[in-house]
Design a protein around this ligand. Sequence first.
Ligand code: SF4
Ligand code: SF4
Length: 336
Amino acid sequence: MLPTTNEQGFFEIRLESIGGLGANLAGKMLAEAGVLWSGLNGSNFSSYGSEKKGTPVKSFIRFCEPHIEIRDHSPIMAPHVIGVFHEALAKMVDVTSGLAADGTAVVNSTREFAEIRRDLRLPYGTLAVVDALGIAVEERVKINTPMLGALLRVCSFIEPEAMETVIRRTFSTKAPHLIEANVRAFRRGYEEVRFHTAAASMEAKKFVRPLPRFGYETQLIGGVIVAGGNSLLKNVSGSRQGFLPRWEADKCIHCVACDNVCPDLCFVWEERVDKKGRKQMFLAGLDYQYCKGCLKCVEACPTAALTAERETPGFAEAHSLKYSFSFRKGGAEAWQ
Ligand code: SF4
Ligand code: SF4
């Protein structure tokens, strides 16, 4: 029995994620648990761009009672539940856009409720917070199964046993050696999720469809391009999946191995004089604006001057060295 439905009779869920975290599979598994094991009608589809790690992904799940037919296959704009797999996405898109006034946002985070509400611009509804990344790291799985655990506490019309059955069936073909770890991660997500409900006096947020800066209606006369596409203006911090490299200057031998493997121009160098009085390039730090957290540099570093660090809010901003600090200074100043 569904706890609530919209005027079409649907209980709707939207998952907000980035490629590589398993939200697409989570949506499929959740729909399967509702349709095959809980007696509901349901549908699921996902929307994603170039199937590249780090790009935004949305997965949509609709449930209804078995006598209702689902003829609506449009993206979900006013969901009852939103699953936010990646908190940093909120920097780029309004992930809780359209959440029902009594809805629930399930968020992968370790932070306090007030901070999460502020950053998600979500003063109403219920916030369910789970450290899905922490569970995933400890159990050596993706964050989708601990997120499913937390989501199921909200979608209590599906029995946890049904979800476990689906997880076992799914991983029995994909990766049998990961079945037990994923079931454990699911159970931990279910048990460890924390809840906070705000006063229900606020109106729900209106759904806002993200639009391109310039479209066919808003382009400048003559199609003039006033801001040329340039990766130097791009901030890819929302693509990181929870980890970034930490640099310790006193362990660094300035060998450039990190910069050779970094795909994104993150390393900032400066010219200094070495002990013999010769001009040399020295690593000065990282510009985290371009870092997508692939950790190739950590693998390449021969001295452990770079280590993988779980990203905490504000770390990148506090430790980032702007690109203009480097020897490419003249050009960089022109870009800023
Ligand atoms: S690979 Fe390690 S030691 Fe070499 S420059 Fe980079 S941080 Fe320094
Ligand atoms: S993790 Fe390292 S290699 Fe990957 S983008 Fe960031 S700085 Fe570059």
